[in-house]
Structure formats: structure tokens, C-alpha cells
Design a protein around this ligand. Sequence first.
Ligand SMILES: Nc1ncnc2c1ncn2[C@@H]1O[C@H](COP(=O)(O)OP(=O)(O)OP(=O)(O)O)[C@@H](O)[C@H]1O
Ligand SMILES: [Mg+2]
Length: 601
Amino acid sequence: MEVRVFFFLQGLVSMKNNFRWLADKSNLISICAVSTYLAMVFLSLFVKQDFLRFSAILFQISVSCTIILFLLVKLFKVQKKNKSMGILLGNKRNQMSTLMNMLPDMVWLTDDKGRYSRVNRVFADEIDLPESMILGKTSDQVWSRDTADKLSKYDDIVLSKNKTVQYEKSLKDANGNQGWLEIKKTPIVDDNKNIAGFIGIARDISGRKNAEDERKELAAHLRQSQKLEAIGTLAGGIAHDFNNILAAIMGYTEITISEITPDNPLFKRMERVLKAAHRGKDLVNQILTFSRQHEQQKQLVRMDLIVEEALALLCPIIPKSIQILSYNSGDVPTIYADPSQIHQVLMNLCTNSAYAMREKGGNLDLRIETCDLDESNRYIYEGLPSGKYVKLTVSDTGPGIDPRIANRIFEPFFTTKKLGEGSGMGLSVVHGIIKSLNGAIILTSEPDKGATFQIVIPKEEEVLKEEQLRSKLVSSGNERILFVDDEESIAEMAGEMLEKLGYEVISLQNSMEALDIFQKQHAKFNLVVTDLTMPFMSGEELAKEILSIRSDMPIIMCTGFSEVVSPEKAKKIGVKEYIMKPFLHEELAATIRKVLDTPSA
Ligand SMILES: Nc1ncnc2c1ncn2[C@@H]1O[C@H](COP(=O)(O)OP(=O)(O)OP(=O)(O)O)[C@@H](O)[C@H]1O
Ligand SMILES: [Mg+2]
């Protein structure tokens, strides 16, 4: 009986043990096997015949053995499967590492607390730490604060809200270069649908960003150029007609003035008309230059020599509190341009800087160098074609230009000066000239850090000798000049300026003394420049005396607005040219050259 109970229990245990598997299988064969087994257990317990009982017990033993064997085989198979799964998982991990390391982007995985659980090689290289020292740490433990803030932005959203995020951030690399990253993070969800961490990818998009910036910059340049072009066309059209109107006003005013005496009440009024008309003419000239409708006398010129000459004119009029420094890289900066226009460019830029620094003083730097424009930098200069250029940089240490007005300064009539102090045409004229030379001008400025204007003009390969070029420049020379003006500041300034241009100058304030020197050394002088109104002896008297000593002596007369000398009167006195005060230094220099270069009749 004990034996039977034992077998019955054993039968139940094996049934219980195998029930799950059998239930899992739930196939017909399993059910049949179980039924047969139960029948055999019943037989072994309750059938009296020994043969049948013995057979049933034997069947039970054999079935139990089969089931045990079967279970053992199954267990073995499960273990084998687990092992191969382990190998497979291990392989997958390796494959993933290989894949992560092959990517050119930074890739990292974190746990649900944002601690790094895996990082790829690019990531480790970027921090310059081995992977083992990164794992288990959070971003602020391995990156600088700024970088960590940018890299870990939105981590909480990814981890708490199961959302994928994508954003762009600018970052500085180890060398301090500014770059851009596109960062994407997506959550990792485990089998129970819990967020186990996230996977992050950061891609370097600096190239794309730079290209976008370049495109934007070029588009802005284009818009600005088109705007100025349109204003130029409009203004240029009006200026031409206006010039003709002004010529008529000036001509008739001059005739009227020559026909009335200074005591006539109309005399003063006519003078005012003439003065205003002159100002109008200057303005029209500037508009014509800006709209590139001015006749240009282009020739090969050397930028360094024009700068030298402009500085000679500028130095005397620029306050001593402003230090002028000029630098020349040593290359021969030859360009094809109208020298007087380049002169104008320099004068306008430098006077703007001097005006900006008039109160506090500062430095005015002029640099000339040659440069190559290529695909990497030509977008900076309004997208000019690649090639060799001469670059002129004028920078000052003044208050700089407010970014809010920076894109307006090249517009004609834009000025921040008080009414009557400036026309606002200076930079528009500069812009027009540079454009007509197929060059570009760009401004870089920050408030309180001064302003820098960079000009690039195509470089000419033909190299001319210095003397050849000097003779082509408008206003320098080496002749001997007697300069007379009773006003001390004018006599001093003009003397200094003309000496800088290469002339030998004797500058005096007393006309009697001037006549005395001329009498003694008349053979040494090539030209006399004299003011008209002076005490003791007027310019007119001095001119007569000088011409009585040397009838071929060229004389230039400087007159004020209230001392208009008509061409007829000037001719009668015997002076070659007259210029109206206050004159620009370049105007004086150009008039001197004109007189000296005109052969005497
Ligand atoms: N170096 C500079 N520093 C600061 N501001 C400047 C400088 N150069 C130009 N600007 C600004 O640009 C404006 C326009 O200059 P632009 O030369 O065209 O006219 P302007 O100097 O005002 O008048 P004008 O040249 O007719 O005397 C100036 O009024 C000034 O606000
Ligand atoms: Mg100006």
C-alpha cells in the first residue's frame, strides 16, 4: 500500500511539476498522455489483479522516467538558449559600440538620472577623458558649466515627459573657436514601459551655420547696394539738371556783381546768392560722385603715395590730440583709379574719424596691405570675385558707430551732425567711388571701441616706378613758393601743408616783408600765393609789384566771399588763378599744381 501511495504522490508531484509546461503546450498529445497516466495510477491503486497492477506501475515508472528525461532535456535546452542569448546580447553590445564609434557625431546614453551609461569615442575625445572616467557621471561633472548647461538642456523634459527633443546651440571649442551643435535626444523605454534613460546625439553644424550666415550677409549687402543704387540713380538724375540751373544762377549773379558797386545794397545780397550757389554746386558734385556719374580720370596709381599726400594735407588741420599712424605692408599697392577720387575717399574717412575724436583725442590708423580674396573670405567683402586686392584700413579710437545707425551711414544725407555742420554726403561719396572701382567698403564698429572702415580695391599687377606715379598725382611738387597771408593760422598751416607735399615754402604774414624778400631772391621762386585783403599793402598791389619785377611770375590770389574777383579783374591784375576762402587744402594744392603745370604764355 505504501508503495502505491508513494507512486500516487510521486505521480501528482510530477504532474504538478509538468502541468505548467503541459498547459503551456496544450496540445492533444499532452492531454492524452496525462489521461493515460491518470488511468494507470488508478489501475495501480485499485485493481486487484497483480499482473495489471504491475503493468500499470511499470507504465507509470516509464512515463515518469520519460517526463524526467524530457524535463532534463528541456532544462538543458533553456540553458543553452540563455547562453547563446548572452552571446548574442554581447555581440549586439559590441556592434552598437562599433556603430557609435563610427559616427562622426557625439553620441551618449544616460540612465534615468541623466548619468552617462555609454559614450562614443567622439564624445570622449571632445572631453579628453577615457570612457571609464565619464561613465556614471552627470554632464556638469565632466563639462564646463556653460557647455553642461547647453548639452543638458531639456534632459528633464526627455526623462519626465517621454518626449524627443531637438535644438541648436552655439558653443566654443577648446581653442576658443565658436561653433554650432545640433542636439537631439530621445528617451529609452524598458519592457515595463518605464523611461530608463535617453540617447543623445550632437552634430557639428558649424559649416551649415556659417554658410547660412554668409548667405544672410551677402543678401544684406545686396539689399544695401540696391537701395543705394536706386537712390544714386534718382539723385544723379536730379543733380545733372540741378547743375545746369546752378550754372545759370552763378553766371548771372557774377555778372550782376561785376556791374554794381560794393556800396549798392544789392551787392551784399548778390554775394550771399553766389555763396549759396557755390555750396549747392559742391553738393551737386558730391551727389554726382556718389551716383558714379562723375567723369573719372582713371590711371594706375599707388595707394601708398596717395595716402602720403592726403596725410600731408590732413596733418595741419587735425587737432594735436589725435595721433596719426600709418602702416604700409611693403607690397606695391597699385590700383586703377582716379587719384583725386581716392584722395577724396581718404579725406572723408579721416575727417570723419577726426570729428568723432575731436573732444577726447585718440589714434587714427591707416594701413595699406595687399590681400587675397577666396571662397573663404570673399563673402565678407560683399561677395567680390576672388583675386588679389589692395586693402586700405582706416580705424579710429573714437566713440564708434551705434549698430542702430550702422546700416544707414552710407545713405546720402544721413548725418548725426548738427544742422549746418555736415551734409551727410561724405560716406555716400566714398561708397560711390569704391563701387565704381569694383571694390567694397565694410564697417566694423562697436560703441566706445572706435570705428574701422576696410576698403578693398582690385590690385593691378603692373608696377610703376615711384617717380612715374608721383608726377601723375595731382598736387605734390618740389617747386619754391612764396606764401603771404596776414592771418597767422592760415600762413602757418598752408606753409606746413605745402612743405609736406614736397614744396619749398616761405610763408609770411607781412606783404611788405614778402615784397622785400621777392626783390632780393626773385629768381628762386616759382610761384606766389597771396591773400587779397592785407594791411599796409593789399594782395592786388603786391601782385602788381611782383609782376613789375618778374612779369612771368605765376600768382594765385586768395579771396574772401566779400572780395569777389571776377575773371576779367583777375586777368587785369595779372594773376593766373584765384581761390575763394575758406579753401580746402586739397583745393589749394590742386590749384598750385594747375598753375605750375600750365606753361606761361
Ligand atoms: N569714424 C566715425 N566714428 C563715428 N561715427 C562716424 C564715423 N564715420 C562716420 N560716422 C557716422 O556716419 C555719419 C555719416 O557720415 P558722413 O561722412 O556720410 O556724413 P557727415 O560726416 O555727417 O557729414 P559730411 O561728411 O558731409 O561732413 C556721421 O554723421 C556719423 O554719425
Ligand atoms: Mg563726413
